[in-house]
Design a protein around this ligand. Structure first.
Ligand SMILES: [Zn+2]
Length: 129
């Protein structure tokens, strides 16, 4: 979904962490960002067209939050999977019901992990370490 050139030119950048309009590394557009953008455009109608970035000053903070989120998501989805497997053990063959409950549990745990959502950064040519 490449933006129109003039839109890209007009769009301001905003740091995701401090909220200031600074330049920085842009975040990668994933399904969560797309969902948020769709929601803002179609439901709340307050899409501002900001390009969301992480500025240099906030990079350390961002990395911490991102690592925390990644761990938490893994843990939550893992718990959902464990819950599903344990249901399978006690289900005695009612696989379909287990799968429905299990799937719902995994989706629920995943959504729960989004409370501390931190998007990934766009991959840049030069590595930043
Ligand atoms: Zn910042």
């Amino acid at each position: 979904m490449p933006p129109l050139i003039w839109v890209d030119f007009m769009a301001k950048t905003a740091c995701m962490i401090c909220g200031k309009s600074k330049d920085g590394i842009e975040i990668a557009e994933d399904h969560v960002i797309r969902a948020m953008r769709w929601f803002k455009t179609n439901i709340t109608k307050d899409a501002k067209g900001y390009r969301i970035v992480v500025c240099k000053d906030c990079m350390a903070d961002y990395k911490k939050k991102r690592a925390k989120f990644t761990r938490r998501r893994l843990m939550y989805v893992g718990l959902g999977v464990i819950f599903t497997l344990s249901l399978l053990f006690v289900s005695q063959g009612r696989i379909l019901g287990v799968l429905v409950y299990g799937f719902a549990a995994i989706v629920f745990m995943y959504l729960l992990s989004l409370v501390s959502y931190m998007p990934a950064l766009k991959q840049t040519a030069k590595s930043r370490k």
